[in-house]
Design a protein around this ligand. Structure first.
Ligand SMILES: [Cu+2]
Length: 127
């Protein structure tokens, strides 16, 4: 009986989680990181308008980061997100265009996370 209750609770919390993490709240876009991917891997923004990201690392053991450096667009973001961690980041792109972001983590002689597919694009449009 106890196991059943626990299972039900787990199901409930997963449902809640699924409901909550969709879409944006207060202009904050959630970007999940896990399995060497960013989800979503394409972020849209508008010139001169702040971009607020909630970076969530879903992996239990793997640290990730979010690197988006474009002096051209006035963006310089480099944030570490530990296993299971969450970080907020805010920046305001000053130029339209497509800007690549990636994870710079790499373990010893293995492929880097970027090589495994951990990268994405920030698409900035004119106002
Ligand atoms: Cu990574």
């Amino acid at each position: 009986m106890r196991l059943l209750t626990l299972t039900m609770l787990l199901c409930l919390s997963f449902t809640c989680y699924a409901d909550h993490h969709e879409g944006s709240m207060d202009g904050v876009l959630e970007v999940q990181m896990g399995d060497y991917k960013y989800m979503p891997d394409q972020i849209e923004a508008v010139v001169g308008q702040p971009v607020k990201l909630k970076l969530v690392n879903l992996d239990s053991f793997t640290p990730h980061d979010f690197v988006l450096i474009s002096p051209d667009a006035g963006v310089n973001v480099e944030v570490d997100i530990g296993p299971g961690g969450t970080e907020m980041v805010e920046f305001t792109p000053q130029k339209a265009g497509s800007f690549r972001f990636h994870c710079s983590k790499k373990l010893l002689f293995f492929e880097s996370h970027e090589e495994k597919g951990m990268h994405g694009m920030l698409i900035v449009k004119e106002q």
